[in-house]
Design a binder for this molecule. Structure first.
Ligand SMILES: [Mg+2]
Length: 267
């Protein structure tokens, strides 16, 4: 059943709109339909290594036109969290890549390695022991500890690589402190996205390919949850302990049909 009050959609990107550099079935048509019908939507990703503008350009190479303001990354979410938590101009230690550091700086904070009010950790493919040591020391001295996301691994064409969560775990283990996590499955990123599109949780659907992150975050934030089988999860029977989606669709063509009130294949 389509909830009659559904007004807006939040969509994960990797495994939903594209895989690698290949656009997935129905992605272009779904985005075009949302645009045409004036249905509010935002794209939500745990990835902190691209800015929203870089995502806009990347999506354009696959024929998808999405303005940067509709793209909520974990960098954007982390910056929003810091703005609410710290006075402007506070010094922040950033373990992460240049787009992440720029997002923190643009939010009015001063990236620094010492005397910091907070340590933020995202994916950093140039991580060094020295950076981990600075982060650990700052947290031990009382700095807040914020993680862009807790993804243990990063699926790539070359197999699984360590994700931001693996780096966060190193700092958490060294300090004995738990971070505030911004990305999915925590609901903070979804709250930020809903604030942008102006919908309430009970009016909003979360569309994603991962049960443990996308669907879990959607449920935690009180959204209608839709699993699409084009990414990490490829079958309809979740294993024990995984959250169950409200709806499962094979791909975004099915989702578009469902949104239009049509039948979808359930095989
Ligand atoms: Mg995904």
């Amino acid at each position: 059943m389509i909830p009659t009050n559904l007004r807006g959609y939040l969509l994960d990107m990797d495994g939903v709109l594209y895989r690698g550099r290949r656009v997935l079935p129905g992605a272009r048509a779904l985005l075009a339909a949302l645009d045409r019908k004036g249905i509010p939507f935002a794209l939500v990703t745990n990835n902190s290594t691209r800015t929203p503008r870089q995502y806009t350009r990347f999506l354009a190479t696959m024929g998808m036109r999405v303005p940067a303001k509709r793209i909520v990354t974990s960098s954007v979410g982390t910056a929003a969290y810091l703005r609410a938590a710290l006075p402007p101009g506070s010094r922040v230690l950033v373990v992460g890549e240049p787009p992440f550091r720029r997002a923190i700086a643009r939010a009015g904070f001063v990236p620094a390695w010492e005397d910091v009010a907070a340590v933020v950790v995202g994916l950093d493919r140039r991580l060094t022991y020295a950076k981990l040591a600075r982060a650990t020391a700052a947290i031990a001295r009382g700095a807040a500890f914020v993680a862009s996301n807790a993804d243990p691994m990063l699926p790539t064409e070359h197999g699984a690589l360590p994700g931001a969560g693996a780096l966060v775990a190193a700092v958490a283990h060294a300090t004995g402190r738990k971070p505030v996590v911004i990305g999915k499955p925590d609901p903070r990123l979804l709250h930020e996205a809903m604030a942008r599109i102006g919908t309430r949780p009970e009016q909003t659907a979360m569309v994603g390919d991962q049960l443990g992150t996308d669907i879990a975050a959607g449920r935690a934030a009180g959204l209608f949850t839709i699993l699409v089988l084009t990414g990490v999860t490829t079958n309809r029977s979740p294993t024990d302990g995984d959250p169950r989606p409200d709806l499962t669709v094979r791909d975004l063509n099915d989702l578009r049909r469902w949104m239009a009130g049509g039948k979808i294949r359930m095989d």
